[in-house]
Design a protein around this ligand. Structure first.
Ligand code: GRF
Length: 211
């Protein structure tokens, strides 16, 4: 059975969405760079192996990346899932898992790469916002896009109300994508990713705008 390693840094709700979707036996381990990450407790409660590679214990980004790659590699995953992993990974790490590492990002990429995506969407007056699952490449938040979900931005939205609406969609799109990856059902054609045709249209994943 193909298995994945999930990397987290905090709350772990996206990782929990994978567990709730019945993927726990396909998660070889959940690894956090933050020892106190709440998601570690959730994983343990589901009987999933956990590990910590604390970035603060390393003298450089490269040294952290090397150790993390080694620890992830121990599990021989066919897929690495960045699910709320808040460290930028260097080419040393991304190259080691090229084509088999995905990330969930809280914006409709290529809009708003990086952090504070909800605040920036509000500041820019965006009418539509959302989330993206994409393959990870050395360039931050720029790898081939696998799936996206859109939500409306409402006039009275705050950063937290918008974040909550987007997060619900993150939990919706990440599990099927992880499943597709573990089942080798994605086809990469340059920057374009073909998802299984049986997934359309309900997992084509665009939420309708209110009337
Ligand atoms: C999510 O919004 C994810 O897209 C972003 O950080 C948040 C992590 O949430 N990178 P959680 O830890 O999965 O609850």
């Amino acid at each position: 059975m193909n298995r994945c390693v999930v990397l987290i840094s905090g709350r772990g709700s996206n990782m929990e969405a994978l567990l709730k979707a019945g993927l726990s036996t396909q998660i070889a381990a959940v690894i956090s760079n933050v020892p106190t990450a709440k998601g570690l407790d959730i994983a343990m409660a589901h009987g999933v192996a956990t590990d910590v590679v604390d970035h603060k214990a390393f003298p450089s980004r490269e040294a952290f990346d090397r150790e993390l790659a080694e620890r992830v590699g121990c599990y021989q995953p066919s897929l690495v899932v960045l699910a709320g992993f808040m460290r930028i990974l260097g080419a040393g790490f991304t190259d080691a898992f090229a084509g088999r590492m995905i990330n969930i990002h809280p914006s409709l990429l290529p809009a708003f790469p990086g952090t504070h995506t909800h605040r920036r969407a509000l500041e820019e007056g965006a009418k539509v916002h959302g989330c993206t699952v994409h393959f990870v490449t050395p360039e931050l938040d720029r790898g081939p896009i696998i799936a996206q979900a859109a939500v409306p931005v409402l006039d009275d939205d705050t950063e937290s109300s918008l974040a909550a609406r987007v997060l619900a969609q993150e939990h919706r799109i990440l599990p099927p994508v992880v499943r597709w990856c573990l089942e080798d059902r994605l086809q990469l054609d340059g920057l374009r990713v073909r998802t299984p045709s049986s997934s359309a249209p309900d997992q084509c994943l665009l939420s309708p705008l209110p009337g």
